[in-house]
Write a protein that binds this ligand. Structure first.
Ligand code: GGG
Length: 354
């Protein structure tokens, strides 16, 4: 790597700050070996910034971030700011502003972590949720009080947007990903029996795209049935592609089944490379444990590995993943996965095993 990679760190709120520090410590240990170099800039955006400036990030924040190679994000949300304000003011602003339309959320089972899925060998379980990240139920279309019906009779409309182009690109992404995996299968998730416009379009596009991938097995499953399948037949899953809201819910379920939300890593990708992509743990800011050194850093450290892989450093990414597994197999675990170790202890154990 002939030039430093410019990384924007946005720890944001609550445990986001602790886990971003953990991920940075792991990456800094690796870069000290000299095969690549990271140039960090940290931005103090989030709910504290909101208290001072009345917004979650500066007006020109996207312009500031545009020149970076990647964004390393913590978590957003704090009791002092309404959740929809903090989410739309920061995380969704970045995802949508940079057209990070593919959110990849691996469901990864670690040795040494007890999973609620007891019937199968956990080591065999491994699937990926691919979340449509630019439209669907999070398109931000709707309004309140549209009809001004008076006190106690308010009306709100929240529309979901599905475009043929948006459906097609996320499905091709899912099929291409399936071709890189040992089980070549894509499961498409909708609620198209009840939501008869956008999700029927999704199903139609899925069938059309699937025809271009005859080597990939397919299934279309309703979201309620898929939630049951996550629990009852997880060994039948490989790549699960779903709309923004459905994939958000299913990926949380998947990481809980793997042992904890704290384990889950994710990548918000702009696959064309026109804008920086963003890497973050799936979990939120967890105000109940923030500042206590109890946060599980594995999701954030795994997200750092996804970031390195995206930046063309797959061997370094694999080293981080192996170090996470080795620390976990050795029983160095935070409380959420049955251990007693602190955030710093888990981080140190992973760093020592790189
Ligand atoms: N690190 C992920 C995060 O901060 N999530 C907060 C949240 O509420 N996210 C909703 C979403 O992923 O759409």
């Amino acid at each position: 790597m002939d030039r430093p990679l410019r990384i924007a760190a946005i720890p944001a709120d609550g445990i986001g700050r602790e886990v971003v520090a953990a991920g940075r410590a792991v990456l800094d240990k690796l870069q000290a070996e000299g095969r690549f170099s990271l140039q960090w800039e940290e931005f103090p955006w989030g709910s504290d910034y909101y208290a001072e400036h009345g917004r979650m990030m500066p007006e020109d924040g996207l312009e500031v971030l545009r020149g970076f190679d990647a964004i390393y994000f913590g978590a957003v949300g704090w009791p002092t700011v309404p959740d929809h304000v903090s989410l739309w003011g920061l995380r969704l602003r970045i995802c949508q502003g940079f057209d990070q339309w593919a959110n990849v959320r691996p469901v990864h089972f670690l040795p040494g972590v007890v999973s609620p899925l007891r019937k199968a060998d956990d080591a065999e379980l491994d699937w990926v949720v691919v979340r449509e990240n630019s439209e669907g139920e999070y398109a931000g279309i709707g309004g309140r009080n549209l009809a001004s019906r008076g006190e106690g009779a308010e009306v709100a409309i929240q529309s979901a947007l599905f475009t043929e182009a948006g459906c097609e690109r996320i499905m091709r992404f899912a099929f291409d990903l399936a071709r890189t995996r040992s089980r070549r299968k894509v499961s498409s998730v909708t609620k198209s029996n009840a939501q008869q416009y956008g999700m029927v379009l999704w199903d139609d596009v899925f069938r059309r795209v699937a025809a271009d991938y005859p080597d990939v097995e397919t299934e279309s499953v309703l979201v309620d049935a898929m939630a049951a399948k996550f629990v009852l037949r997880p060994e039948d899953l490989s790549v699960v592609v779903a709309s923004n809201l459905n994939a958000d819910i299913l990926s949380d379920l998947g990481s809980a089944l793997a042992g904890s939300l704290g384990l889950a890593a994710s990548a918000n990708l702009n696959p064309e490379g026109r804008f920086p992509s963003m890497f973050e743990p799936v979990h939120g800011s967890a105000p109940d444990i923030a500042g206590r050194g109890a946060a599980n850093p594995v999701g954030a450290i795994g997200s750092a590995a996804l970031m390195l892989a995206h930046l063309g450093l797959p061997e370094e990414a694999a080293r981080i993943e192996r170090a996470i597994e080795a620390a976990s197999a050795a029983g160095v675990l935070t409380r959420d996965v049955g251990g007693t170790a602190s955030t710093d202890e888990v981080t140190a154990a992973i760093t020592a095993r790189l």
